[in-house]
Ligand binder design. Sequence first.
Ligand code: GLN
Length: 278
Amino acid sequence: MTLRDVLKRGEAELSEAGVPEAECNAWYLFSRCFSLERSGYFLRQEEPAGEKECAEYSKLLALRRTRMPLEYILHETEFMGLTFSVDERVLIPRQDTEILAEELLKVCEGRDVLDLCTGSGCIGISLAVLGKCRSVLLSDISAGALEIAGRNADGNGAAVSMVQSDLFENIRGRFDIIVSNPPYIPSGQIASLMPEVRDYEPRTALDGHEDGLAFYRCIIKESRGFLRRNGILALEIGADQGQAVSSRMEQWGYHDIEIKKDLAGLDRIVWAVVKEEM
Ligand code: GLN
């Protein structure tokens, strides 16, 4: 079989299995197995495909047919133009979250930043690499997540510290910015998520308990004790959680509360300031 035949067969296999964006998925797996970029492929598509590469390709296609996310199969993804290692111990960084990182890049110079529920470390590491923060601390309850975050910090040359902590349990000191993209899916909705998310992403990174707001309640209340004067709390939220999260911030004495939208025009971030240390 030629390289072209093999790629076409991969596309057909994934589309028959109902995998979304089958062509594009088949290409990424193909590109990995045959170490080919688009230009190399076009030059060589009529050449015979190597047996070893074909076997590897079949293996990866079979994984994707089970709806394992492409990023877990390839063990990496991109966020803010940086490469992040991922596996099933961390949530796959989402493009929507780049908005949060971009907004924080505008204000993080010279600041001490805490990234709570850091997962792969994508937010904090992007700020450390692309911004001029004074310090960045990554925390997560999961030792597995911190292992990945550490690998990502090293891979991107990011100077960060890390601590294993159930929310603020092991956090000490004060910060200028606390950022978090905590689990926020209501437990009852998890079963209806797409199989890639439902069956493969870590439940602890998704499940925001009965109404999806459990982590926000804790983070909004506790952050006041960890923010300096004029400190910022920046949270990613689900599209329908803007009101609930911002009114809770108001209740707890935060100022300048803002809801920011993502590229799809959906509420995605709630942001607020503490005027005085509390
Ligand atoms: N902070 C990480 C991210 O944005 C992980 C989020 C999570 O596990 N809920 O991808």
